[in-house]
Design a protein around this ligand. Structure first.
Ligand SMILES: C[S@@+](CC[C@H](N)C(=O)[O-])C[C@H]1O[C@@H](n2cnc3c(N)ncnc32)[C@H](O)[C@@H]1O
Ligand SMILES: [Zn+2]
Length: 284
């Protein structure tokens, strides 16, 4: 619900508090943002060149996630979120996509209010109906987030871009950042067969370097298991990622036809918890 999330949100132009009136969010300085018919609000500060995932990618993502093959991943994200053990939880997911993980965390934290941010409007439409306690916001995570300083207890970044400075700014001092990143073994059978975009082998190390100075890692869990996928499920899995832009539907269908069915594909990720670091505690 948008109304429950208002205490967390900030006007992207002036940083002011937002109230809801007449189908829009308004700040005290007169900036106004229409609430879309589908329930999301765009709080983009200006025209963004980034459009995020297309309607086709989001539809493929929804189909694949609904089939349950990533349920082991979402269980790990929920466990990491519950482990923070904070009062009055308020959850922000950046690059939230369909809201699949945000909804899982809100179910695991029954008192929590949630905000999902994505730059893609097709994602925001799904996000708006992902959970009764989730608000859907269109914003670009590489600009200032339309979220108040020190307002959220959990920031989630699941297969998504993350802006360490902004995540630090919006987290409460007792809050935690939960990050899920793929390892170089994630989907390796499809990556090698379909020439999909590869995960950089040093991604986990680069993630640590990007967050260093803002965050300290307090826990890291590896999740890896084989999935047995039909060709249709493998097609959704490819279609929800960046490879969808490189591979035509015909080339993909031909390549999938060469694989056994079901095809075994590895899911392999790391789920890490981070606490914000403040200058008084900054060391080594
Ligand atoms: C790989 S998807 C992950 C979605 C979701 N977390 C999940 O795992 O199902 C990455 C998401 O980040 C969004 N995204 C990409 N660039 C973004 C940006 N600059 N600001 C906000 N969202 C962005 C995309 O639209 C997409 O929905
Ligand atoms: Zn304003």
């Amino acid at each position: 619900m948008l109304a429950d999330a208002l205490p967390l949100l900030a006007c992207p132009h002036c940083g002011g508090h937002l109230d809801e009136a007449d189908g829009a969010l308004l700040c005290g300085s007169g900036h106004s943002f229409d609430i879309a018919r589908q329930g999301y609000v765009s709080l983009l500060a200006g025209a963004s060149k980034i459009t995020g995932d297309s309607a086709e990618m989001i539809a493929a993502r929804a189909e694949f996630l609904d089939a349950g093959h990533f349920d082991g991943l979402r269980a790990a994200v929920a466990d990491a979120s519950v482990a923070a053990g904070v009062d009055a939880p308020a959850v922000l997911e950046v690059g939230a996509g369909t809201g699949h993980y945000l909804a899982t965390v809100l179910d695991a934290l029954p008192d929590a209010v949630g905000v999902g941010v994505d730059v893609s409007k097709p994602a925001a439409r799904r996000l708006a109906r992902s959970h009764p306690r989730a608000a859907a916001i269109v914003a670009d995570v590489w600009t200032q987030l339309p979220v108040r300083d020190g307002s959220v207890s959990h920031a989630l970044s699941i297969f998504a871009p993350r802006n360490a400075g902004e995540l630090h700014r919006v987290l409460r001092s007792d809050g935690e950042l939960v990050v899920l990143t793929p390892t170089d073994r994630h989907l390796r059978e499809l990556v090698s067969h379909l020439s999909m975009v590869r995960v950089d082998e040093n991604k986990t190390e680069r993630l640590g370097a990007a967050l260093a100075g803002h965050f300290d890692r307090i826990d890291r869990v590896a999740v890896e298991y084989p999935m047995a996928l039909s060709h249709a499920e493998a097609r959704h899995l490819v279609g929800m990622g960046p490879s969808a832009r490189h591979l035509g539907p015909r080339a993909l269908a031909d390549a999938l036809a060469e694989l056994p069915e079901p095809v075994t594909v590895t899911a392999s990720v790391t789920v890490s918890r981070y606490r914000p670091r403040y200058s008084s505690t900054a060391a080594s």
